[in-house]
Design a protein around this ligand. Structure first.
Ligand code: NAD
Length: 481
């Protein structure tokens, strides 16, 4: 199995020169047209698809990711993001007219969507194409110059993406810089106009603190523990099929993957049985068969596999029940799809984002207890509810908060280009995808133009009695209008 090689960091002088070289381009891009930007997106989309075979091989080396998952979770989202932007960009770029308010009568107002300028996109390792090039589509649609910093843990995929960028773009417009933490920190010391970061909440705080030094705006796409609720009215087979799909795709290394399940006690046994049966059907009935399955991605590094193995062992040592899987072999970066029951609250797995193929399943009696527990935790990126009971859907939606909520489905809230994708507080700040991604990389600039008549003339000094009466009347009258 290919192992991850250390990646050399890019030095601060090289980064400074690159950053400086993008200044002129960023100014020129301010007046780029929709047609020019669409042409770039088309070239990006086509060149990406031409590298499909190279990407299959690179993903096999970095994550042993099945080609179908490369298609569905890496290429499709980027191609769809580009398709959506190409179809809508001319409309998104149009200045939006705003009617005058009472106090601005006689003026003409518009909102202009201008590029932010020079943007930094920092990516994680778990979806190294999707999380780097998806935001790039939005950044290009909005007319920016961009520096991309992928994660150091996916060197084979990064090599394909770096070659793609070098063929498509002048580095003064889009450049990919390889490197790890040191490179990211050198980049974050530069006064970018926007930083779009995808990664862990812990590093998100570091990114935001660095951006604050320049008052650079940020989009933070983070993670967290996304819960699933399965109530007694749910279609249990459908719930089990979808939850396991969302959980075990990409070896569970998905920001919106279900982290753990709360299932109503009356249907717990049946739900667990269905999960066990579906796991065996999908990946094999014996440990040897599962280990040999070509459809299970591996953990990205030995260290990540060890972390997950330790989470499983810790939970079992504290009294959790093994419902399926449990095997882990760090030298193969392998962790079996694992179901756990009776996980105690003090187990490490109950406190940290699992981010791997391990699913704790816990019974509940009262829905309110589950709602209270969710509200006592950091707000998750996603919340999944399987229930056919409309009032329950309304109650859970209304009484909880999360980046997105998905009813009787799994992960698909991410796939809808017309919906904002992002977290809330601890799971993220700002949104990606479609119009929301375009806006993340745009400055919404207020533009007001005077007409022939202006109301404020009535209130120039000297403040005569008439003018004071007029202003007092206006203030009082506004409440009735
Ligand atoms: P990470 O935060 O460790 O790393 C992300 C990026 O930050 C990498 O490029 C890395 O080089 C850089 N980085 C790491 N430490 C840094 C530091 N101290 N200073 C500056 N930069 C630093 O995240 P990861 O392990 O690559 O990815 C997993 C996390 O990403 C999970 O929490 C997951 O939920 C989240 N994620 C979120 C989304 C989303 O869209 N919301 C998508 C994918 C992953």
């Amino acid at each position: 199995m290919t192992t991850t090689m250390p990646v050399e960091d890019t030095g601060p002088q090289v980064l400074q020169r690159l950053f400086d070289s993008q200044a002129t381009t960023a100014l020129a891009l301010r007046s780029s047209t929709a047609r020019e930007r669409v042409a770039k997106l088309q070239r990006l989309r086509d060149a990406l698809l031409e590298r499909r075979e190279a990407l299959y091989a690179a993903f096999a080396a970095d994550l042993r990711k099945p080609p179908l998952e490369v298609d569905l979770t890496e290429l499709l989202p980027v191609v769809d993001e580009a398709r959506h932007a190409i179809a809508h960009l001319a409309g998104w770029m149009k200045p939006r007219r705003v009617r005058p308010t009472l106090t601005t009568l006689g003026t003409r107002a518009r909102v202009l969507y201008q590029p932010r300028g020079r943007c930094l996109i920092i990516g994680p390792w778990n979806y190294p194409v999707n999380t780097l090039l998806g935001p790039l589509v939005s950044a290009l649609a909005a007319g920016n110059a961009v520096i991309l910093k992928p994660s150091e843990f996916t060197p084979h995929v990064n090599a394909v993406v770096a070659e793609l960028m070098a063929v498509l773009f002048d580095p003064a417009e889009v450049a990919l810089v390889p490197g790890g933490v040191a490179t990211a920190q050198h980049l974050l010391a530069l006064p970018f106009d926007h930083v779009f970061f995808t990664g862990s909440p812990a590093v998100g705080k570091i990114v935001m603190a660095a951006a604050a030094q320049h008052l650079t705006s940020v989009t933070l796409e983070l993670g967290g523990k996304s819960p699933v609720i399965v109530d007694a009215s749910a279609d249990l087979r459908r719930a089990a099929e979808l939850v396991l799909w969302g959980k075990f795709t990409n070896g569970g290394q998905t920001c919106v993957a279900p982290d753990h399940v709360y299932v109503h006690r009356s249907v717990q046994a049946r739900f667990v049985q269905l999960c066990q049966q579906i796991l065996a059907e999908r990946y094999g009935a014996t440990d040897a068969a599962v280990r040999a399955s070509p459809d299970l991605a591996r953990m990205v590094t030995r260290r990540h596999a060890e972390r997950l193995g330790a989470l499983i062992d810790d939970a079992l040592a504290r009294g959790a029940t093994l419902l399926a899987g449990g095997a882990h072999h760090a030298d193969e970066r392998y962790v079996a799809p694992t179901l756990l029951g009776n996980v105690p609250a003090d187990a490490r797995i109950s406190g940290e984002e699992i981010f791997g193929p391990v699913l704790p399943i816990e019974p509940y009696d009262e829905l309110q207890d589950v709602i209270d527990r969710i509200n006592a935790q950091p707000k998750p990126l996603a919340l999944y509810l399987f229930s056919r009971h409309r009032p329950t859907q309304a109650r859970v939606t209304g009484q909880t908060s999360s980046g997105g909520i998905c009813l009787n489905h799994c992960v698909q809230q991410y796939a809808h280009g017309g919906l904002p994708f992002g977290g809330v507080n601890q799971s993220g700040i700002g949104n990606a995808h479609g119009l929301y991604g375009f806006k993340a990389f745009s400055h919404e600039r207020a533009c007001l133009a005077a007409g022939p008549f202006t109301v404020v003339r009535l209130f120039f000094a000297p403040y005569t009695g008439l003018r004071q009466w007029l202003s007092a009347t206006l203030v009082k009258a506004l409440r009735w209008m």
